[in-house]
Design a protein around this ligand. Structure first.
Ligand SMILES: NC(=O)c1ccc[n+]([C@@H]2O[C@H](COP(=O)([O-])OP(=O)(O)OC[C@H]3O[C@@H](n4cnc5c(N)ncnc54)[C@H](O)[C@@H]3O)[C@@H](O)[C@H]2O)c1
Length: 123
């Protein structure tokens, strides 16, 4: 059954670009888009490890999915791919930034706990 918009009209296929689309969310989102819609996916990532199973030419959606292996920090092809898309999801993340946020979270927790102990001893 065709998907319809709020006016009850069929939704026309669009091109969806996913930067970092080879990651956890991107690979699941791409699988859902390919199996349940007629949209086109332009997947960009430094690694295709988690999305390789969707890129097989035997899939019925083989002509609707493109994978571009690149580092978006220093690849001029990005602009062309984004301009060719109707919608862009930015899903790329840096594991270093994640590690820093976890470190800050624990540091703050221990700091607050330490302050709490100090107050207990002072009163
Ligand atoms: N997974 C979750 O539960 C969750 C929850 C909240 C927010 N988020 C956010 O959603 C986004 C996606 O999450 P995810 O779990 O899919 O992360 P993920 O790490 O699995 O995927 C991110 C992808 O980005 C790619 N990437 C990183 N730098 C790149 C670069 N310079 N060029 C090209 N590709 C690059 C990585 O190779 C990776 O495949 C992240 O920003 C994350 O912080 C995720």
């Amino acid at each position: 059954m065709d998907r319809v918009n709020l006016d009850g009209k069929p939704i026309a296929p669009i091109s969806i670009c996913m930067i970092g689309g080879g990651g956890f969310i991107g690979s699941h989102l791409t699988e859902k888009l390919m199996s349940e819609t007629s949209h086109k996916a332009i997947v960009i990532d430094v690694s295709s490890e988690k999305i390789n199973h969707l890129l097989d030419k035997s899939h019925p959606w083989a002509n609707r999915i493109e994978f571009h292996q690149m580092n978006i920090k220093n690849d001029s092809r990005l602009e062309t791919l984004v301009k060719a898309s109707d919608l862009v999801y930015i899903l790329s993340s840096s594991s270093f930034r994640f590690s820093c946020s976890v470190f800050i979270y624990f540091f703050e927790s221990f700091f607050h706990f330490y302050l709490f102990l100090m107050m207990l001893f002072l009163v």
